[in-house]
Design a protein around this ligand. Structure first.
Ligand code: PHE
Length: 340
């Protein structure tokens, strides 16, 4: 019996030594100490041992068991330490490696200016109306006091889709839709793409405008001027002022071109303002009574002003872009620099 236990113990120590993972070690434990294990079998055989030998054999079995268990425990501790070390190694982070730079995108400059304008007008109480890019001749021209054969149609080279439909040449078309749908007081802006057969360094066949329309009791050119002064200060800086020059649009009377004092030289004259101290930024005017009446608005009670801003023009001035094409070429070297 002693010999048998000795053998079990020796082979157990060898097996434990060989086990190279925690599951393998567990298998060894089961093979010796499990229900069907070798040492368990010896314990089960105790009933065949002569009663006087039992205490001695029992003690030997216990000693062997303790020996094996402590060998198992020691190996388990060792394997666990190795596993932990391996895990640490695989999860090791080199904190000295420079971080990866995540480039964040930015909105297109035209979208940035559009959003800035919406914010400014929003704070003045304007609502946004978005019209459609395909319009009828009626809304784009006739209802804006520009009937067929009116010479002012020549001001805008139009892309006709059919005799009736066209790509809108101006967001002013939206004025009519709004006045037909809504009774005064009206205070809206209408941003969107417009199209004209026009193509050079400062003109693109597609560009973006923002229309503004205010109709209420007692609206005058003074209200327009006051609002524009606020607007340009917010866009170009506190020092900026406006001046109005007489102009012509069929749908406003009187009509004006609006200049801002040059925000680069402060009005002294520089290359940006071509030495004049002023930069033209938008067209505007008092809404022509004919247009209001066409929309069923009583001109004895109501009057209004309207304006149209070229968004690319504002973006070019604000960000010092000298060719409108740079805004449409999707060149990231240009677009990356403009993140307001
Ligand atoms: N629609 C005009 C244009 O595109 C601008 C404008 C709008 C002028 C509103 C006066 C009033 O040139």
């Amino acid at each position: 019996m002693e010999e048998k236990l000795q053998k079990i113990s020796e082979s157990a120590v060898l097996e434990i030594e060989k086990a190279d993972s925690l599951p393998a070690l567990n298998e060894v434990r089961m093979a010796i100490l499990g229900k069907k294990g070798e040492l368990t079998a010896v314990l089960k055989g105790m009933k065949d041992v002569a009663p006087e030998d039992r205490p001695k054999v029992g003690q030997m079995v216990n000693e062997t068991r303790e020996k094996i268990e402590s060998a198992l425990e020691a190996k388990k501790t060792k394997l666990e330490a190795e596993a932990l070390k391996k895990r640490y190694e695989s999860e090791k982070i080199d904190v000295t490696i420079p971080g990866e730079v995540h480039k964040h995108g930015n909105l297109h400059p035209v979208t940035q200016v559009r959003n800035q304008l919406i914010d400014i007008f929003g704070s003045m109480g304007f609502e946004v109306y978005e019209g459609t890019e395909i319009e009828t001749d009626h809304y784009n021209f006739t209802a804006l006091n520009t009937p067929q054969d009116h010479p002012a149609r020549d001001m805008q080279d139009t892309f006709y889709l059919s005799p009736e439909f066209l790509l809108r040449t101006q967001t002013s078309a939206g004025q009519i839709h709004v006045m037909e749908a809504k009774k005064p007081p009206i205070k809206i802006i209408s941003p969107g793409k417009v199209f004209r057969s026009d193509d050079d360094a400062t003109h693109s066949p597609m560009f973006t405008q923002m229309e503004g329309l205010v109709v209420d009791k007692g609206i005058t050119l003074c209200d327009l001027k006051g609002m524009l002064d606020e607007l340009v200060k917010k866009i170009f800086g506190e020092e900026t002022t406006t001046r109005l020059r007489p102009s012509y649009f069929p749908f406003t009377e009187p009509s004006v071109e609006v200049d801002v004092s040059c925000f680069q030289c402060g009005g002294k004259g520089c290359s940006l303002c071509k030495g004049t101290g002023w930069i033209e930024v938008l067209g505007a005017g008092v809404v022509n009574n004919k247009v209001l009446q066409g929309c069923g608005i009583d001109t004895d009670v109501y009057s209004g002003f309207a304006f149209g801003i070229g968004i690319e023009r504002i973006a070019m001035l604000k960000y010092g872009i000298n060719n409108i094409k740079l805004l449409f070429e999707s060149d990231l070297r240009v677009l990356d620099q403009i993140d307001d």
